[in-house]
Design a binder for this molecule. Sequence first.
Ligand SMILES: Cc1cc2nc3c(=O)[nH]c(=O)nc-3n(C[C@H](O)[C@H](O)[C@H](O)COP(=O)(O)OP(=O)(O)OC[C@H]3O[C@@H](n4cnc5c(N)ncnc54)[C@H](O)[C@@H]3O)c2cc1C
Length: 292
Amino acid sequence: MSDEFFIQPKTYDTSTAYRASVLSNDRMTPEVAHEVRQIILRVPSASFIYVEGQSIGVLAPPPYDFGSDHYMRLYSIASTRSGENGKGAEIAICVRRCFYIDEVSGERYPGKCSNYLCDVRVGDQVRITGPYGRHFIVPRDNTSNLVMVGTGTGIAPFRAFLKHIFEEEAEWKGKVRLFYGAQTGLDLLYMNDLNNDIGHYYDMATFKAFEALSSRPAFDDPSALGNKIEENAAEVWELIQDPKTYVYVAGLRKSSEALDTALSHIAGSKEAWMRRKREIYFDDRWAEHLYD
Ligand SMILES: Cc1cc2nc3c(=O)[nH]c(=O)nc-3n(C[C@H](O)[C@H](O)[C@H](O)COP(=O)(O)OP(=O)(O)OC[C@H]3O[C@@H](n4cnc5c(N)ncnc54)[C@H](O)[C@@H]3O)c2cc1C
């Protein structure tokens, strides 16, 4: 589905790098699920200032690809501006250990940056850049509605949003809706037995969370997320029509495609939905953090 009006930057300024020390590195998912780790970094620099929803660049150590002088990947900050556990200089990121299949040889290779991060030890130094992504932040007006749609590690910025609005803001009056897709219940980050940070907000009157688990647990199934959105079509569409609603989409690109498909059905056609999405985007109320 065409949405060329949405542009995600392809290059990032990496000229200022900070040395962060690793305070902890813990697995967030049980052994039988995909490996995702929460890494807490200490960034001892007064000039590193961020808000919820932004990401950092992590500079993996050499060797680099031929012709490159660095290797950088982005990771969303899962902490609020007050820092992890209220400690200003500390930030949490969640990292999924990634692999890719070489198209020529058919062999499976470890992703460079995610494997580097998943293997860091307490006390190690990690070079980071940023923060990036000023477009993916919570509006100041606490009567705004927030619709958050994500899969996998796309939950990281939403954990920061929810902590901020429910723990650091005086009172969030707008409606807050989270649609979160994962392969199995064990893959639900910050919503499982090992860490249930998001579950703590289920009692908030303005908050509703919808989990979308794959009907075929061995595969990623973005349609489960789309189905969950369509099951709640009336409320989602009412929110989408409201000029006080901000929409955020994070995680694998497939989650955005699933959202577009569901909203095209709800809107009556793909064209009708694309017209509406374009209006919301140009009104600065649509933000995406997507990766393939
Ligand atoms: C704005 C933004 C925010 C991001 N935030 C996070 C984050 O909070 N946590 C995180 O783990 N990643 C995040 N990513 C993805 C991250 O930047 C890297 O692309 C990822 O870690 C793979 O890098 P690599 O060097 O290990 O492997 P690469 O060699 O670059 O890629 C390995 C393979 O893994 C796939 N892949 C990449 N990321 C994921 C993922 N998260 N889940 C499933 N498959 C994936 C890729 O399609 C590729 O086939 C973000 C990306 C963007 C653009």
